[in-house]
Each structure stands twice: as C-alpha cells, then as structure tokens.
Write a protein that binds this ligand. Sequence first.
Ligand code: DP6
Length: 359
Amino acid sequence: MTHTDDFLPSGSPNVLETGKVGYSAPSNIALVKYWGKTSGQLPANPSISFTLQHCQTRTWLEFHKQALGTVSFDLFFEGKPKDSFRPKIQTFLERILPYQPFLNDYHLAIHTENTFPHSSGIASSASGMAALSACLMALEQQLYPDVNEAYFRTKASFLARLGSGSACRSLYGNPVVWGRHADVPGSSDLFGVTLPFELHPVFKNYQDTILLVDKGEKTVSSTAGHNLMHGHPYAERRFQQAHENLSELLKALETGDLDKFIAITESEALTLHAMMMTSMPYFILMKPNTLAILDRIWSFRRETGIPVCFTLDAGANVHVLYPENVRKAVLQLITGELVAYCEKGQYICDEVGDGMKPL
Ligand code: DP6
C-alpha cells in the first residue's frame, strides 16, 4: 500500500442497519520528533515513537443507518455531550469521507473517555484519533468482510493521521516509524509502520514516567507550531537532521546502545524546543521546573551511571525514560526529589505497550 487510492473501499458493502464497536488506543511518545507538515497531513520529516500502555483513550461507536448524504454524529466525553471537541471531529470525518464514503449513510454516536486524568497536559489527540479510527475500521470491516488484519491496521493508521499526525503512531507497538526513511523498508508518509528488525530486549519493557510540570492548556496548538516551520530559518537543516537521527536511533534500538539512545533522544527533545524558540513568533513552552528536572536527571545520571534520560512533547511536562531494571532507583529519585517540581506533585507511570485493542 503506497498510494492514497489503496485506501478506497472496493466492492459492494453488506447490508448493515445498526451496531456498536469499541476500541482502545494508547498515547505515544516520539523519540525523533514530527514537527512541520505539508498539506494533506504529510510530515516534513520521518519520526519514531514508543507506543505507551496505560495512557489510553477508550471509544465506542454506535451507528444507525440513516441516508443523510452528509456526516452526522453525536459526541459524548465521559458520558456527557462535548461540544468543544466537535469541530475537530467534524473536520476529521469530512477529511476521511473519500476513504469511507459509507459514513454518509450512518448517524454515529461516539462515546469516549481517557484513562489518564483530564487536563493533565497530556495530549489526548493521538490516542483519541487512533481509537476512533480503529472503531471506524471495525465498522468498515462489518461492511466489507474481506478487510483483513493487515489492511485494518494500516488503514486505521492512515485514517488516524488525517485526524492528528502523531495519532498514526498509536495503533500498534513498538516502536512505530511514520514518514519515509531510507533505512525502513515500507515506511510511508501516509501511515505508521513497525521496525524491520527485532528490538533489543533492553527496550522491550522500557519505562516512561510522565512528570506533570504544568497541567494547563497548551499556549500554542501543535497545528500552529507545525505551521511555524514554514519559512523557519533552520527548517531544512532540521528536517535533514531528523533523517540522520532516525538512522542512528535505529542502530541503538537494534544493538541496545543506551548511550546513543540517550544522546539522540535528549537532543531531539531540545531541538524540538529550539525550533519553537527560533520561530517567528517565538515561544518557550518549558517552565523553570522543566529545566530543574532536566538538570537533576543529568546530575543523577553522572553520579550513578544509571541510564535514565528525558524527552519532551510540545509542552512543559517531562517524560522520564529508563530500562525496567533500574526502575526502583529512578522511582526513588522521582518520589524523593522530582515530584517537588510537578504541579500538585502529580506524575503518571507508563511503559511501552501494544497499541489498539477491541473493547
Ligand atoms: C511535538 O500530531 O499533535 O508531539 O498533526 O497537527 O495534530 P497535528 O500535530 P500533532 O503533533 C505532535 C508533535 C509532537 C512531536 C511528535 O509527536 O512527533
């Protein structure tokens, strides 16, 4: 599957009046960052992420046949209608309509909830769009029973990308590459793919403890941030660097070279923020407590030799990444010291996981 036309349904659909499907999908954390896109939700550079396990969105989709000739839906978040999410979902459903034209023939009721605390500063768009896309593929599978597992996965990722770029990396585990890259056969700008080699065992149960430094709404949306890469003075070099960093990171993931893994992961996080600081308009999403945490992670690593490192999203929270076998020591650092820098002392323990699951 290499072209958007590969995602058009073919044949005539089954008769289906009504039904209900449910899927969960997790959040993911990028190691090489996606920052910059072109129209059609295509990434300016390839990215790679760990799929998480516990930070999930759970979504149920009820559908009733109703020939309206347009997309029609109700949206409930944690049991209540949620109007503020509607515009994003409306845009998403309209965007995917060419690939799921049957959506014109159904009224949808979307019920969704997150397993992580509301307004924790954790983006729910990746897990949310991934879970909804999986539900939409479950509906497509009922209509077109020859939809096989591989097509289901790939098209769910393809659809999720049209909702939110990073969401296309949340459908399966681990890690997932999105964006064409010379070292990953089959990689595509249209959907995420898994690695062409076996991940080194040290990464198989890698831990991600998310320190909630600032639980407020993001001051700059990702979409606005991506747009600031158009005409950015360092954009072209940055896009090239992402290719180079991904090549090096792939080697580290295969060989278990933690020094290399740490150097690339931390550099990518700081580069993402450097791009924001050097755009026009410019902005800083880190908080003083973010820097205090990074500084302490560095001194702790120097003092103990424990291979713990950080990455950042487009926000102030810190993802602390480490192998499972040093969990005790790192959690001691977190509970003993780093919680002091977290809003209300809050943090979330997560780890690498498997992707979407039927509910
Ligand atoms: C910094 O996927 O949220 O988390 O495609 O506009 O929805 P849209 O953006 P989004 O951007 C995520 C950016 C990032 C890096 C990453 O996840 O790769």
